[in-house]
Design a protein around this ligand. Sequence first.
Ligand code: SF4
Ligand code: SF4
Length: 426
Amino acid sequence: MSSRQRQPPPAFHVMAKPRGAICNLDCQYCFYLSKEELFLGSQFRMPDEVLEAYIRQYIAAQRVPEVTFTWQGGEPTLMGLDFYRKAVAFQRQYCPPGVTIHNALQTNATTLDEAWAQFFKEHDFLIGVSLDGPRHLHDAYRVDKGGKPTFERVMAGIALLKKHRVEFNILACVNALTAEHPIEIYRFLRDEVEAQYLQFIPIVEPQAGDALVSARSVNGRQYGQFLIAIFDEWLRRDVGRVFVQLFDVALGVWHGMPAGLCIFSETCGLALALEHNGALYACDHFVEPRYHLGNIQEQNLLELVASPQQQQFGLDKRQTLPRYCRECQVRFICNGGCPKDRLLRTPHGEPGLNYLCEGYKAFFTHIDEPMRLMSALLRMQRSPAEVMRLRSGAAGAVAPASTHPREAEKRTRRGRRGRRGQAIHE
Ligand code: SF4
Ligand code: SF4
């Protein structure tokens, strides 16, 4: 490892889990609930001294003018409102002049009430809500501890956010069932939930044995077809009105910018997870003893992020990429996807091919032409939304102002926080 590689990064992202893996629901594909076993005997509540140390160290470590805190779980609202009042107070205390602090919180929305919504509005929290689609699709796997459906309670939480004009986005997991209903889900989220910002996160659950993944996991072909169906509907009528994280990321890459989402970046390692007791891990998906970096009560957060162990974790994403990916036509945007999903062998027998490869290849190939067109429009300082008129040939269609500066800024905020939407628990 060269000294250059050990330079601390100018900015990185941490998902803080103040209540650890504790949740009031029992979503069947949640990968995080089992992490409770790593901290047996714990109260699973972040103490004030850990909260203060985290806020102080995280702000000090960022060499950028905007700092975003992401709260996640488990279910982070189970900490109660007072915890977040303290968090906001510590943020004020440690925020240097010229720095703006943002907060994002991922929730199942079932615990929200008027007081939470008022607090979120007052402190400008961006709320991510986990909702898989209409009732019959959402309730298939998102149940509470008693196995009861949760759709009604989630929708009640969203209604409160809307009533108080809290900014929210929707994270929908794509599993073997929901993958068969792309348009129904997209239209429900767009027209009935009235969500403007969407993330579609694939469920890939490895398991021992011949099957490789669980029956509810989405496969590559399904995921690709799901994304293509939604992209085509979006391209016909919603560019500049609805923001799908993956489509935004893709447009950025086609336009020559970095992916801004770890799964499609060449390397990763700048999106870590902080457990309730101050233990820091390489990534939300690698909260395992082998990827434990240290505790922020004993060692500074920035030192841990810049450690050779974490640097190597990030570089491995590129260094373990099989030849099949290195020679792939869509590698520039795919980069082999997330290492956690690299479960297959390539046709040459090399390990490390992404389980969703077939879908990524189909989707990124499918969007090539419209992405080139939108990028060309951007270069001409025109709105990418004009792509709808140009492709339909409809004269006189009015393009929405998707490139309004406020909108662009909001999208950037979401891009940074949303990592993959993997911010979030499946
Ligand atoms: S989610 Fe995947 S790509 Fe992102 S940091 Fe973790 S391992 Fe890397
Ligand atoms: S589409 Fe498949 S082969 Fe191409 S980079 Fe992605 S995972 Fe690798």
